[in-house]
Design a protein around this ligand. Sequence first.
Ligand SMILES: Nc1nc2c(ncn2[C@@H]2O[C@H](COP(=O)(O)OP(=O)(O)OP(=O)(O)O)[C@@H](O)[C@H]2O)c(=O)[nH]1
Ligand SMILES: [Mg+2]
Length: 190
Amino acid sequence: MFNLFNKSKSNTSKIVFLGSSSVGKTSILRKVNGQAFMAGYTETLGINYSTTRLPQMGEVIIKSLFYDISGKIATDSNKRKKLLIDVDCIIFVFDLTRYESFLQISRMINEIQTDVLKNKIPVVILGNKSDLDNREVYDNEVEDLIKYLQSDKNTKFSIVEYIETSAKTGSNIEIFLPKLSNLIISERKK
Ligand SMILES: Nc1nc2c(ncn2[C@@H]2O[C@H](COP(=O)(O)OP(=O)(O)OP(=O)(O)O)[C@@H](O)[C@H]2O)c(=O)[nH]1
Ligand SMILES: [Mg+2]
């Protein structure tokens, strides 16, 4: 196996899901882990951890430890700070049908950029629940956020990817995983 992981770095990537309550973080991870979609809402209490092997890229195998953090902890900046130590990638999730959830990740992004991250990391923004019709967040608003992040000279984000997903239908979940592998590999090569 081609070894991208030098000794100073763990060979497992820490990937943290952040977003307000009920945006679908747990549902997306269930889909990633091949579990069935559940229509009922069960609030995550604290943090759930799951390990997954991301899609293999060439000869590189990436193990990842996902942190599925409850919306209540994710939106508490002091608690969140501790969980972001040594993070390799952050997945910000909002609900396309709830504008407030988009504002929430915008706020989080600003706070995390200014006072938490030491090194540059790649991030993925997921607009979830694309199967629903009652959208409150439109493409131009997401584009504006991404443009703003890409033009910020002091940014702590090396790459920003945006994907619309549905944990219910599974739409774009297959696209999201290899993208995540590529982001982590390109960061490790630096
Ligand atoms: N229609 C639709 N419903 C979804 C989707 N993803 C999640 N849901 C529903 O949204 C609700 C909340 O989903 P969760 O995955 O528990 O949300 P969460 O972000 O983990 O919430 P917390 O644990 O409280 O932070 C549940 O009722 C899910 O069935 C989706 O893509 N489409
Ligand atoms: Mg949850």
